[in-house]
Design a protein around this ligand. Structure first.
Ligand SMILES: C[S@@+](CC[C@H](N)C(=O)[O-])C[C@H]1O[C@@H](n2cnc3c(N)ncnc32)[C@H](O)[C@@H]1O
Length: 262
């Protein structure tokens, strides 16, 4: 069975997601963040209509476009999946939002600097977070803001990695280590908030919907992809409920080198 295109995958999950999220809280995100959390995080990072926002690993840009529609900021999204970027462009057109999207691996090489950079629900895919953070800093203007969600915990054991589908994209890090890395790579930490309980509820609700609609989903994406989706969502729900993994939202600002004591 061929790997489904991103558009097919997103469409196949749409019904389950609409049922799983509370009314009004599903805005095309491929994650456990609710619409209100996404906008609140952006606002806490001072995103407004004057902000040039760079969304790294934007996927189909559910979160980025929602922030753009609510704040009026100008959005640039980057993802390495051309199918995701096609869908993001189409969604922007349908929503009447002017946003720019680029197909590139993250971190991208870009000439301009941004007022804010976001990475939503994808830090775990980067094993080498130090290199990523250094590149993000280089994409920000002086005093620019970086906001992100963090999958927090000690590295997966061999057994956990064997249980979790696509575990080669799951690189957990402790909060302490992440905060140190941010400071060492030239960021000042502005805020840290714990979203574990909210995300556990969303993960559990997604798991129940995916399992309940698994025949319909499997017809569109194939048995194996569907099985992996149900299993991974179940494990996230379980790990979040046991606090094996915690979810945090962080806001940090680019610190200038002569500004160590802020
Ligand atoms: C879980 S989705 C999250 C999408 C979006 N941020 C959201 O919250 O809805 C992760 C996305 O990151 C992209 N991605 C992962 N690693 C990447 C990399 N190194 N370079 C570019 N894109 C990457 C994937 O293609 C996918 O679209």
């Amino acid at each position: 069975v061929p790997v489904p295109s991103r558009e097919t995958y997103v469409q196949a999950l749409e019904r389950a997601k609409l049922a799983a999220f509370r009314p009004g809280q599903y805005v095309g995100q491929e994650s456990f963040m609710e619409a209100d959390e996404i906008v609140d995080l952006a606002r806490s990072a001072s995103v407004d209509r004057s902000t040039g926002l760079l969304d790294l690993c934007c996927g189909v840009a559910g979160p980025g476009l929602h922030i753009a529609s609510q704040t009026g900021c100008s959005l640039t999204g980057v993802d390495r999946d051309p199918g995701a970027i096609d869908t993001a462009r189409q969604r922007a057109r349908e929503a009447g939002l002017s946003a720019e999207f680029l197909v590139s691996t993250v971190p991208p090489k870009l000439a301009r600097r941004y007022d804010a950079v976001m990475i939503m629900e994808t830090l775990l895919a980067f094993r080498d977070k130090r290199t990523l953070l250094t590149s993000v800093r280089g994409l920000l203007r002086a005093d620019g803001t970086f906001f992100m969600t963090l999958e927090e915990g000690c590295p997966l054991t061999e057994q956990e990695a064997a249980d979790m589908p696509y575990s080669d994209t799951v690189w957990l890090i402790s909060l302490e280590e992440m905060l140190s890395l941010l400071q060492e790579t030239g960021f000042h930490i502005e805020s840290v908030s714990d979203h574990t309980e909210r995300h556990q509820k969303v993960a559990e609700s997604l798991f129940l919907q995916y399992r309940g609609l698994s025949e319909e989903i499997a017809r569109q994406v194939g048995e194996k992809t569907c099985r992996n989706l149900v299993r991974s969502t179940q494990l996230w729900s379980d790990w979040l409920s046991k606090k094996r993994v915690r979810k945090f939202a962080l806001v940090a600002t680019r610190k200038e080198s002569n500004d160590e004591n802020r």
